[in-house]
Design a binder for this molecule. Structure first.
Ligand SMILES: O=C(O)c1cc(=O)[nH]c(=O)n1[C@@H]1O[C@H](COP(=O)(O)O)[C@@H](O)[C@H]1O
Length: 278
């Protein structure tokens, strides 16, 4: 029987440390690594990261757009990276931010959450802004496959507030409503459920929101967007134990030297451990 994503994530973070490294092959990063902005450059960049970190980092979040911009050959690199990362014991969160009407959402779910799909990932980022219920096919297939979802709730960018902090007729914000849906999804799961929220580490005091969703909180924003590991307890309060902090450029800009990449990931993982107290 496949263990649930929530179970596997808790074990991976306990064993390897609570860190997600984002694999975001920006053209500017390829350039700073001395690589061309071509499929060969993408491939070299990606597998340098995979070789340096796959055995030691708990979670990886490849950003699909940076691969898709090279067309089918870019997607082939992404497929191989996902397979290699998973074979080395890393968990993969595919950052594709999908969201559509339910019947089309079912096809996105097939692409990333069906066990025999070439792009099968341990979890997928999804946007609930066509209505949380539109995500149901992805929720159902994730459950069946032992995978998870990360639902955009309170994103790290300042523009997110106009949607996520909008107040509904019942007086709750849209973001709080997404958190409540996730809490319902994860009810009764131990050690935690598989349906996570994305909550930016850049957002400051979030005490107005109930972050206790009994599920993981993917927290981008550390490093290049200005947040630090030390900010995590103030932002997340008691929910900090379930936070999966993501660092992309903060680690990647240390390349192309594999030893330097590994040292940067270790440094972030240690800082986060210390801040979170695990
Ligand atoms: O879902 C995400 O991953 C995400 C949500 C969010 O609110 N903010 C955010 O930055 N992200 C992603 O997290 C990564 C952050 O990258 P860095 O700023 O380089 O660490 C990028 O891949 C973003 O697309």
């Amino acid at each position: 029987m496949t263990l649930s994503f929530g179970n596997r994530l808790r074990s991976a973070m306990d064993e390897r440390g609570p860190l997600c490294v984002g694999i975001d092959p920006h053209a500017s990063l390829l350039d700073s690594w001395g690589l061309p902005d071509t499929i060969e450059g993408l491939e070299r960049f990606t597998f340098t990261v995979v070789e340096a970190l796959a055995e030691t980092v708990a979670v990886f979040k490849p950003q699909a757009a940076f691969f898709e911009r090279f067309g089918s050959r870019g997607v082939a690199v992404l497929e191989r990276a996902v397979a290699d990362l998973r074979a080395a014991g890393g968990l993969v969160v595919m950052d594709a931010k999908r969201g559509d009407i339910g019947s089309t959402m079912a096809a996105y779910a097939e692409a990333f959450l069906r066990k025999d799909s070439p792009l099968f990932s341990d979890a997928l980022t999804v946007s609930p802004y066509l209505g949380y219920g539109s995500l149901k096919p992805a929720v159902d297939l994730a459950r069946e496959s032992g995978a998870g979802l990360f639902v955009l709730a309170l994103t790290s960018n300042p523009e997110g507030a106009e949607v996520q902090r909008a107040v509904r007729e019942d007086g709750r914000t849209v973001g709080a409503t997404m958190l409540a849906h996730l809490a319902a999804e994860n009810a009764g799961e131990s050690p935690m459920g598989s349906f996570g929220a994305v909550v930016g580490a850049t957002l400051g005091d979030l005490s107005a929101f109930d972050l206790d969703i009994n599920g993981p909180l993917l927290a981008p924003g550390i490093g290049a967007q200005g947040a630090t590991a030390a900010d995590l307890p103030a932002v997340f309060g008691a929910a900090v134990r379930n936070v999966v902090p993501n660092v992309s450029r903060g680690v990647l800009r240390e390349g192309p030297d594999g030893v330097a990449l590994r040292a940067a990931a270790e440094r972030y993982a240690n800082e986060i451990r210390e801040a979170v107290g695990v």
